[in-house]
Design a protein around this ligand. Structure first.
Ligand SMILES: *Cc1c(COP(=O)(O)O)cnc(C)c1O
Length: 408
């Protein structure tokens, strides 16, 4: 994470040229009117760049946010959505059709896995494999495979896929490589460097960082050759092929499906993003200190945190992200005491959600992974006594003191 990024972040969005206001204005208009009908026609036909017609397809405020994310990801364009899940739904539903096949990690975010079940109901086959093993992903490929989807750091296991090797595999097979960058954010990782064609970010989490706005984004990195992708509608097979995929996602996924980010939320996310590097630096340092402390605690059986030497992808985390980010999980030696221990904690909020300024804590099995049942949890490596922690901006010594008293 470079200091230059901090500089770019606070100036990235620019302000309001007209008034000199330092923030991008919140544009509430649904309609955008034009003096001449020719201009209106041009907007509809995509001949006027950066113009607006109906807010379901974006506003000047969401466009400003999209430009910031494009620049952070080093991409060619971004489409924003109301939530991260709206972004993922739009991505899969606009780019896959019945008969297609998708390969993904067996450890993806629970709601994403649930979305994959919906896709299976629509006739899209999904293979869930060990994404840390390129050979396993390769073995799952079929002639009808269209896409490989992984997350940079899995929630809550903190396991990291073979991001580099999968990029090479996808390039060799002409497959679309999609990376969910939510936990790392573009400040720690630009999946473009691994050859990802599309990057998804839940803006709700690391990018906004304050837990008062939902949002999601899909960024095209420019790495993928859309002219070879069979599912692009003829209406979008026009102009530079590098824009085809995102154009289809915006038209089909945003205009038709309507999971649009509001200008108000886009504004809140933009303000949050200004402090991205500072928050990440602080919470990552605290997370590592706390992870080391908990790993040495007699009441804890195991701590999962990428920058611990005991983590299976410790070297990759160091090389690829230079940080372990804010998420960790741990297993109690006495899982039956999980409720008692968590209740005794004073600082962490007992809440779901990730990447807040406040530390959040949740027992995993009875909450976010409850719906799938014990067997599926075991298959995903989710221990019944697993606790997930999203480390906030509190002082490390305060959190350590609190855990010590709760675990005593
Ligand atoms: C939270 C999350 C999402 C979904 O984002 P929302 O904005 O909550 O809809 C997707 N992927 C990962 C890895 C997440 O942590």
């Amino acid at each position: 994470m470079s200091d230059a990024l901090s500089t770019r972040l606070v100036h990235a969005a620019g302000g309001d040229r007209q008034s000199g206001g330092v923030h991008v204005p919140v544009h509430p208009s649904v309609q955008y009117a034009y003096e001449n009908v020719e201009d209106l026609i041009g907007v509809f036909q995509g001949k006027v760049k950066g113009s607006f017609n109906y807010a379901r397809q974006g506003t000047p405020t969401t466009a400003a946010l999209e430009a910031v994310i494009t620049e952070l990801e080093g991409g060619t364009g971004t489409v924003s959505f109301a939530t991260g899940m709206a972004a993922l739904s739009a991505l899969f539903l606009t780019l896959l059709k019945a008969g297609d096949h998708l390969v993904t990690s067996a450890r993806v975010f629970g709601n994403t896995n649930s979305l994959f079940q919906t896709l299976e109901g629509l006739g899209i086959a999904v293979s869930r494999v060990d994404a840390g093993d390129v050979a396993a992903v390769q073995a799952a490929l079929r002639p009808e495979t269209r896409m490989v989807f992984v997350e940079t750091i899995a929630n809550p296991s903190t396991r990291i896929p073979e991001l580099e090797g999968l990029g090479t595999l996808c390039r060799e097979h002409g497959l679309l490589y999609v990376v969910d960058n939510t936990v790392t954010s573009p400040a720690l990782c630009q999946p473009r460097r691994f050859g990802a064609g599309l990057v998804m970010n839940s803006l709700t989490k690391t990018l906004a960082g304050h837990g008062e706005a939902l949002g999601g984004a899909i960024t095209d990195t420019g790495c993928f050759d859309w002219s070879s992708y069979p599912n692009i509608f003829s209406a979008y097979r026009q102009g530079d092929p590098r824009g085809w995929g995102l154009q289809q996602i915006r038209k089909k996924g945003l205009r038709d499906m309507g999971g649009t980010l509001s200008s108000e939320a886009a504004h809140r996310i933009l303000v949050g993003a200004e402090t991205l590097t500072l928050r990440l630096q602080r919470s990552s340092e605290t997370a590592l200190t706390l992870a080391r402390h908990l790993a040495a605690h007699p009441a804890i059986a195991k701590v999962h945190y990428p920058l611990l030497e005991s983590h299976p992808e410790h070297a990759e985390a160091k090389a690829w992200f230079g940080s372990g980010s804010w998420m960790m999980s741990f297993e109690l030696r006495a899982p039956e005491r999980i409720v008692e221990v968590l209740n005794r904690l004073r600082l962490p909020l007992k809440a779901t959600g990730l990447a807040d300024t406040r530390t959040l804590i949740i027992p995993v099995a009875p909450t976010i992974f409850w719906e799938m049942g014990r067997e599926a949890r075991a298959a995903m490596g989710i221990a019944e006594g697993l606790v997930r922690l999203s480390v906030g901006l509190e002082a490390a010594e305060d959190l350590i003191a609190d855990f010590d008293q709760a675990l005593a």
